[in-house]
Design a protein around this ligand. Structure first.
Ligand SMILES: C[S@@+](CC[C@H](N)C(=O)[O-])C[C@H]1O[C@@H](n2cnc3c(N)ncnc32)[C@H](O)[C@@H]1O
Length: 202
């Protein structure tokens, strides 16, 4: 049993509260999403890995005319996502094993992969590369601490988080087939939260 296995069930239990929080917390990452999709053609296929309640990211992408597929392990979060993005395709499953279809022109994994242990994160980098077309674009956020695992509580539920050291994570993305286009610590107040834009090498 991995410490990550209970995460999506915990999201099931807080889905309504998370949805309300997401409304009030704003769309801070929009600048990153805009950089992700800027070079894409109209109607390009975009995968949202750990899409949560579909807002704001998947809804924004659909509103810009992209074909959105969302993948999440929480059925209750997906209930919200399906309501928020009626045109989207939503797949219920664990990102470590699920098949979301594709290939995709871009993928976003915002604040989802950091719920996996480091070894699973490494394997996810390869899965993400495999879901993208050559030249496909990736936006991923990661924890900034070199922490092999810690827990934090939210709405009475306990959530597991982990991170490679940022320099190691970038190297692992390269080893998985990506060229890193840009990265930065985008939220120093949140354990050094890191945002990475990368491109799958041809
Ligand atoms: C912090 S929320 C972020 C949701 C969304 N990306 C956002 O920005 O609002 C993390 C999401 O990742 C999903 N998740 C966590 N671990 C997962 C896993 N192993 N497989 C699929 N989804 C997972 C959770 O169910 C949850 O919806």
């Amino acid at each position: 049993m991995s410490p990550a296995d209970g995460v999506t069930a915990a999201y099931d239990r807080i889905a309504d509260a998370w949805r309300a929080d997401r409304d009030t917390n704003g769309f801070r990452e929009r600048v990153w999403v805009d950089r992700l999709v800027g070079p894409l053609a109209p109607g390009a296929a975009v995968l949202d890995v750990g899409c949560g309640c579909g807002e704001p990211v998947a809804a924004y992408l659909a509103g810009r005319g992209f074909r959105v597929t969302g993948l999440d392990g929480s059925a209750r979060m997906l209930d919200h996502a399906r309501r928020a993005v009626p045109a989207g395709v939503f797949v219920h499953g664990d990102m470590r094993t699920a098949d979301p279809g594709g290939p995709f022109d871009a993928a976003v994994a915002w604040d989802s992969v950091f719920h996996l242990p480091p070894a699973d994160q490494t394997r996810m980098f390869a899965r993400l590369a495999g879901w993208l077309v050559p030249g496909g674009r990736l936006l991923i956020s990661l924890g900034g601490t070199a922490d092999a695992g810690f827990t934090s509580d939210m709405h009475g539920q306990t959530f597991f988080y982990a991170a490679h050291p940022p320099a190691a994570a970038l190297g692992l993305l390269v080893a998985a087939g990506f060229a890193v286009e840009h990265w930065e610590v985008d939220d120093p107040d949140s354990r050094g939260h890191v945002a990475v834009l990368a491109v799958r090498r041809p």
